[in-house]
Design a protein around this ligand. Structure first.
Ligand SMILES: [Fe+2]
Ligand SMILES: [Fe+2]
Length: 221
């Protein structure tokens, strides 16, 4: 990588850290970061994700503090553009998959995980994992992973989430079924999306066994 780019990315990371009042709450720090970066819409979206995460944690008996923390931090790397995130990934020790190169927005879940650890001192593997798979889910997902995925999708703008009604219906009985609604939507529309992330495909295959019996395994992924 060009040393100038590397230097400016590390400088920017330090700058971001300096913007936050270390005595402030997590909400204050994250909101401050988004507003400093001109990301009002991401700040609003994140508040909605937190509200949904708390609601789902209550419904499905998960730890509300962990759910809220993962929700506050899930999109924090969006202060960087997808291009900057791709440039920064190797510096942060992140491997870039071919699918993430093809669809750069997919990398933000990995970068947010690093931000959570480096800028917000989060050391809970459960919270860091939930942040790291909030876009794609993953095989063997935890309850906190599922809460973060579903809270995020329910906070998308109505036009971005045509699966929303089915997801809310599924939530009446099962959190896993709600994740399947999202993955099933992605899979059904896979020819329309820039890339099928392998983690998403594996998670879809796993959930298909429980929620789409009779459709058979997906062998060609
Ligand atoms: Fe996200
Ligand atoms: Fe999000």
């Amino acid at each position: 990588m060009d040393r100038r780019i590397a230097g400016s990315i590390m400088q920017d990371l330090q700058y971001l850290g300096a913007q936050m009042d270390s005595s402030g709450s997590l909400q204050q720090k994250v909101t401050c970061l988004f507003l400093c970066a001109g990301q009002q819409e991401t700040a609003r979206h994140t508040e909605s994700v937190v509200q949904w995460a708390l609601r789902l944690a209550d419904q499905f008996e998960a730890d509300p503090e962990s759910a809220a923390t993962a929700a506050w931090l899930h999109d924090v790397s969006k202060v960087w553009s997808p291009t900057t995130q791709l440039e920064a990934a190797p510096l942060l020790g992140i491997d870039i998959l071919p699918e993430e190169r093809k669809a750069p927005s997919l990398i933000h879940q990995k970068i947010s995980r690093v931000f959570a650890e480096a800028l917000f001192d989060i050391d809970s593997p459960e919270i860091l994992n939930a942040i790291r798979c909030h876009t794609t889910s993953r095989p063997g997902a935890s309850r906190l992973d599922d809460i973060t995925v579903v809270a995020d999708k329910l906070s998308w703008q109505p036009g971005q989430a045509p699966f929303r009604r089915h997801m809310e219906k599924a939530l009446e009985t099962s959190l896993r079924a709600a994740v399947f609604v999202y993955l099933n939507y992605l899979w059904a529309n896979r020819s329309e999306i820039p890339a099928v992330h392998p983690q998403m495909a594996e998670a879809y295959r796993e959930l298909s066994r429980d929620f789409a019996p009779g459709q058979g395994p997906l062998s060609q992924v």
